[in-house]
Design a protein around this ligand. Structure first.
Ligand code: ADP
Ligand code: DP6
Ligand code: CO
Length: 356
């Protein structure tokens, strides 16, 4: 049955942001969007930072389209197209087995998305964005796909998105298959394993970055000798140590690895030619502030990390809320957030918000 003229099919979903503690930076295969190294992240609560995406289709829909926060986006890029193609192929398969299903795979898709936090500012909008896009379409198509299947598809939209299909602590295994079929995320531990984890976000700038993650990492791969050291000798050991720190709920180790990996990633950006500066003087002040908080506590109670942007994410445990979030608020006042999210603590993601 082809859809009737008036029928509009739709599905919506939320997806969370994830902030890596062992960073993905570098593509092994640009077409497949596979990485030069595995990575590990904490997914943040969707109550605070989230993308909401609706996917619609009908026989009347004239062309594929995507609007983000009300603005039309260019969807001609190979990565968005790969997500559409893979999801349509899975829907086709269902339709070929059951002739009573409406022929959604032949209809054009209209995607409407909203981020409730700054886009392209180093707060993982591409992660939440592509995780939401893929899951919204999968819901629309009523695909029986697992989070791991959707993760492999979302990876092709934006690498970091593959980790946002999971809550809690997740890792992206770089994979070894030439076709990228084993390059996807898996759950290292659910949020309930270590529910005391908190993140404070210090917004140094909500402006769009001048070098996108995609462009930045390709320049680093092409020009940085330090990066070769990172992927060969630094990250593999850190991945193992970080998985262990999460399993053992060992905050001291988690924090040391997190800060060192952020520093190493930004050193590689600096070693890129011409150099890329994602951090600014406010970012440097945030690092000094975390150092001072840890020194005053006489142990490691907080860990900073910076994605490809100037904004700090500071991880700490709930028991140290006053020491960490309190100190951040006291020093930075209302400069720590955007709109209503000023320096507040954000939980590691627990129960996903329902599809709506
Ligand atoms: P960020 O640090 O925010 O992840 P990136 O440079 O990795 O920045 O990616 C930003 C790009 O991700 C945006 O310019 C846009 O193309 C895409 N993106 C962000 N949010 C969404 C969304 N909700 N839906 C689809 N694409 C999105
Ligand atoms: C620094 O996933 O945004 O945030 O795959 O090109 O879309 P593309 O890149 P993206 O890169 C994220 C880089 C990072 C580290 C991380 O999230 O692991
Ligand atoms: Co991104």
């Amino acid at each position: 049955m082809a859809g009737t003229q008036e029928e509009v099919y739709r599905a919506s979903t939320y997806a969370p942001v994830n902030i890596a503690v062992i960073k993905y930076w570098g593509k092994k295969n640009v077409e497949l969007n596979t990485p030069t190294n595995s990575s590990l992240s904490v997914t943040l609560s969707q109550d605070d930072l989230r993308t909401h995406t609706t996917a619609l289709c009908s026989v009347e829909t004239a062309k594929d389209s995507l609007t983000l926060n009300g603005k039309d986006q260019d969807i001609s890029g190979a990565r968005t197209q790969a997500c559409f193609r893979e999801l349509r192929a899975l829907r086709k398969e269902l339709e070929s087995k059951d002739a009573s299903l409406p022929k959604l795979a032949d209809m054009k898709l209209k995607i409407v998305s909203e981020n409730n936090f700054p886009t392209a500012a180093g707060l993982a909008s591409s992660a939440a964005g592509f995780a939401a896009l893929v899951r919204a379409i999968a819901n629309l198509y009523q695909l029986p796909s697992s989070p791991a299947d959707l993760s492999r598809i979302a990876r092709q939209g934006s690498g970091s998105a593959c980790r946002s299909l999971f809550g809690g602590y997740s890792a992206w295994e770089q994979g070894s298959q030439a076709d990228g079929s084993d390059s996807a995320a898996y759950e290292v531990a659910p949020a309930s394993h270590w529910p005391e984890m908190r993140a404070a976000i210090l917004v140094a700038s909500a402006e769009k970055k001048d070098v996108s993650s995609t462009a930045g990492m390709q320049l680093t791969v092409a020009t940085s000798p330090l990066f070769q050291e990172r992927i060969k000798n630094v990250v593999p050991k850190r991945m193992k140590a970080m998985e262990k720190a999460v399993h053992d709920r060992d905050f001291e180790s988690f924090a040391a690895l997190t800060m060192k990996d952020s520093n190493n990633f930004h050193a590689c950006c600096m070693d890129t030619f011409p150099p890329i500066f994602y951090m600014n003087s406010t970012s440097h002040a945030a690092i000094r502030l975390c150092d001072a908080i840890n020194a005053a506590a006489d142990k490691t109670v907080c860990a900073y990390t910076f994605d490809a942007g100037p904004n700090a994410v500071v991880y700490y445990l709930a028991e140290n809320e006053t020491q960490v979030a309190g100190a951040i608020k006291a020093v930075l006042g209302d400069k720590t957030g955007w709109e209503d999210k000023r320096g507040q603590s954000i939980k590691a993601a627990g129960t996903p918000l329902p599809n709506t």
